[in-house]
Design a binder for this molecule. Structure first.
Ligand code: ADP
Ligand code: MG
Length: 267
C-alpha cells in the first residue's frame, strides 16, 4: 500500500483488508435493518452476498459506500475509517466534502443502470473524472475509450443509453464506475433487472474485473457466479450474517437451517 499518509492516523493497520465492518447497525425509524454485521473483505477478493429480499443486503452496501449513515459500529475501507478522522483515542466526524473524498475510492453499480439519458455513452463515462476529479478532457476521453473497449463497447461510444440493450447499459455503468479508478467495487444485484440472455455478458465483464485483481463486494442471486468467481460467500438474513465461508462449501454444505431453506429455493 502506497497511500501511507493519513491512513495510519485514521485507519486500523495497513494490511491486506480492503473492507472491515465491525458490528454495523442501521435502523430506519424503529425498523432495525442491520443488527450487527461483521465481515472482512481482503484485497483482491470477490465476496458474494446472498440472502432473502429485505434482509438488508442493499442497505449494507449503501452503508459501505456511505450513502447511508450507520447508527453504530465501525467501517474501514482501504485503511480509512469511514466518516471519521481518528486522533489518538478521539473520533472527529468528517465534513461532507471529506466524506465525498472517501467515497470516491468506491465504485458502485446498481440493479438499475442509472445512466444519464441525455448524454452519450462516452460522456457518461467521462463525467465523473472531469466534473469531480477535474481531469483534463483529453485524458478523461482517452481513459473512457479504453474502459469502453474493456467492457466490449468501444463502438457504442457515440451512442445514447436508450439505443443500448440492458446488458450494454449495465456494462457502460461498470465502465463509468471504473473511470474513478476505485479501490473497491460494489455491485447490488447488477443482473437482476436484465433479460436472461443478457446476464452472461455482464457477468463476463465482472469475471474479467475479478481476474484483474479488483476487490469486489457483490450482492447477487447468481449462484453460478458466486461459486465460480467468488472467494467467499456470505449469507445474510434479517440483518445479520448467518453463515459465511468458501462459496462451494456454503452452497453444497450449508450449516444453518435458514441458509438451507434459502438455498433450496434458489438453487
Ligand atoms: P435487501 O437488499 O436485502 O432486499 P434492503 O436493504 O433493501 O434489503 O432492505 C432491508 C429493509 O430495510 C427492508 O425492510 C426495507 O423496506 C427497509 N428499508 C431500506 N431502505 C429504507 C429506507 N430508506 N427507509 C425505510 N426503510 C428502508
Ligand atoms: Mg436489495
Amino acid at each position: 500500500m502506497t497511500e501511507a499518509n493519513g491512513a495510519a492516523e485514521s485507519g486500523p493497520v495497513e494490511d491486506d483488508r480492503m473492507v472491515v465492518a465491525e458490528n454495523i447497525h442501521k435502523s430506519f425509524g424503529r425498523l432495525e435493518v442491520l443488527r450487527g454485521i461483521d465481515l472482512e473483505v481482503r484485497r483482491g477478493e470477490v465476496m458474494c452476498v446472498v440472502g432473502p429480499s429485505g434482509s438488508g443486503k442493499s442497505t449494507f452496501l449503501r452503508c459501505v459506500n456511505h450513502l447511508e449513515k450507520i447508527n453504530a459500529g465501525r467501517l474501514w475501507v482501504n485503511g480509512h475509517l469511514m466518516g471519521y478522522r481518528q486522533k489518538g483515542a478521539k473520533l472527529y466526524e468528517l465534513r461532507e466534502s471529506e466524506v465525498a473524498a472517501q467515497r470516491r475510492d468506491i465504485g458502485m453499480v446498481f440493479q438499475r443502470f442509472n445512466l444519464f439519458p441525455h448524454m452519450s455513452v462516452l460522456a457518461n463515462v467521462m463525467e465523473a473524472p472531469v466534473q469531480v476529479k477535474r481531469e483534463p478532457k483529453p485524458e478523461a476521453r482517452q481513459q473512457a475509450l479504453e474502459l469502453l473497449e474493456r467492457v466490449g463497447l468501444a463502438e457504442k461510444a457515440g451512442g445514447y443509453p436508450d439505443q443500448l440493450s440492458g446488458g450494454q447499459q449495465q456494462r457502460v455503468a461498470i465502465a463509468r464506475a471504473l473511470a474513478m479508478r476505485p479501490s473497491l467495487m460494489l455491485f447490488d444485484e447488477p443482473t437482476s433487472a436484465l433479460d436472461p440472455e443478457l446476464v452472461g455478458e455482464v457477468l463476463d465483464v465482472m469475471k474479467d474485473l475479478a481476474r484483474d485483481g479488483m476487490t469486489m463486494l457483490v450482492v447477487t442471486h447468481e449462484m453460478g457466479f458466486a461459486r465460480e468467481v467468488g472467494n467467499s460467500l456470505v449469507f445474510m438474513d434479517e440483518g445479520v450474517v448467518v453463515e459465511s465461508g468458501e462459496p462451494r462449501e456454503v452452497l453444497s454444505n450449508p450449516q444453518h437451517e435458514r441458509t438451507q431453506a434459502f438455498l433450496s429455493k434458489v438453487l
